[in-house]
Design a protein around this ligand. Structure first.
Ligand SMILES: *Cc1c(COP(=O)(O)O)cnc(C)c1O
Length: 366
């Protein structure tokens, strides 16, 4: 019953097969190999756009390097205040931008609120040279609350950012899950909505360690190769990062795996809802945030369930927790077996035999 994250999963067999396929003979190093070229061509096709592609092996590197391409040291990168770039990257965005300021923006359910973005940009603390210049906006897709941005929501935020001359970055650690969930095309969710650069995550999607910085704005390419090298993310045997991406992108496997993760999260959601437990956020991808009364949480721990207890300030009042409840973050991956979800739900039954009344019986789940 391990629902701690999607990176607890193994690599998908197709990824291992792709690695085995390229593990033969000589290949030009440093990203000049045939496998990397195929990944670049596939990404251009998938995104229906010319792209600059820079492979790295962590999402933190992808985010920090991409933000550094669009944010000068005296600039600000705006992000949701609970975003991965704000809290989970140990200052890497600040480090790689040479000290740009990260500025948090509010928004319910993990999504940056357009009004809050417009308000903060309208404040009088953006005047040079006293103040930093708002240079970039970064959106997590899917968000850290397991919700997604629809294309029109991205377009709206982009419109505000553009008025201030800012660039738009997307942290797509779970981009595949968002594509499946929104039923929109990769193009519609990125460059067509104003996104200049995407950190496209493969690791949580089924790779071992592979992420791609995908640039849609050609003027952002200059210097990124050097920045990646200085950041220690230019692999000499780079065919092995590329092979992981290839294994997922070929035949649409990346979307198939994301669909599997999302479907498992939907099953889990129905199960917890049927047991009278309440969701803290709408479930729109592969993450389920559920309020657990203390005794159920304890019972689940005793029965060996793995998940993180979460904290968030962007829960809407209607979905707020009650006293002695903890918010549990449950994540399904492509590899989460039915048995794990079923065992988790049975463990809830074991921990709290009596059914509870939901606080919002009429609220749609999705
Ligand atoms: C997992 C994740 C990343 C990438 O994290 P790394 O551990 O650096 O690979 C980035 N953004 C979000 C929202 C994530 O969930």
């Amino acid at each position: 019953m391990n629902l701690a994250s999607d990176n607890i999963a193994p690599a998908h067999p197709a990824v291992i097969e792709a690695l085995a396929r390229v593990n033969e003979g000589a290949a030009t190093p440093y990203g000049k190999d045939e496998t990397t070229a195929r990944v670049e061509a596939l990404l251009a096709e998938i995104f229906e756009h010319e792209v600059g592609v820079f492979l790295v092996t962590t999402g933190t590197a992808a985010n920090a390097l991409a933000l550094a391409q669009m944010t000068p040291p005296w600039g600000a990168a705006l992000a949701h205040h609970e975003a991965h770039v704000m809290h989970d990257e140990c200052g890497a965005p600040e480090f790689f931008t040479n000290g740009a300021k990260m500025v948090g923006v509010a928004g319910a359910d993990g999504r940056i609120d357009a009004g809050a973005l417009a308000d903060i940009l309208a404040k009088n603390f953006w005047t040079p040279p006293t103040h930093v210049r708002p240079a970039s906006l970064t959106l997590s897709q899917a968000t850290e609350a397991g919700t997604v941005y629809r294309a029109d929501q991205i377009t709206e935020l982009f419109g505000i950012a553009r008025e201030h001359g800012m660039r738009v970055h997307m942290d797509g650690a779970r981009f595949a899950n968002a594509v499946v969930s929104t039923r929109e095309t990769p193009a519609a969710l990125t460059w067509k909505a104003g996104v200049d650069a995407l950190s496209l995550g493969f690791t949580k999607n089924g790779a071992m360690a592979a992420e791609a910085i995908v640039l849609f704005a050609p003027e952002l390419i200059e210097g990124l190769a050097e920045r990646r090298k200085r950041g220690g993310h230019l692999w000499s045997k780079s065919r092995f990062i590329a092979a992981q991406a290839l294994g997922l992108l070929e035949n649409g496997l990346w979307l198939e795996l994301a669909a599997r993760a999302n479907a498992q999260a939907a099953r889990l959601t129905l199960g917890v809802a049927a047991r009278g437990l309440d969701l803290a956020f709408p479930v729109e991808a592969n993450e389920v945030f559920v309020w657990l009364p203390a005794e159920i949480h304890q019972g689940l721990q005793d029965r060996g369930a793995h998940y993180y207890v979460w904290e968030s300030d962007c829960v809407t009042p209607a979905r707020g927790g009650r006293p002695r409840e903890v918010m549990a973050r449950l994540i399904c991956s492509w590899a989460t077996p039915n048995e794990d979800v079923d065992a988790f739900l049975s463990a809830i039954d074991g921990a709290a035999p009596a059914k509870r009344a939901s606080r919002s019986p009429g609220t749609p789940l999705f």
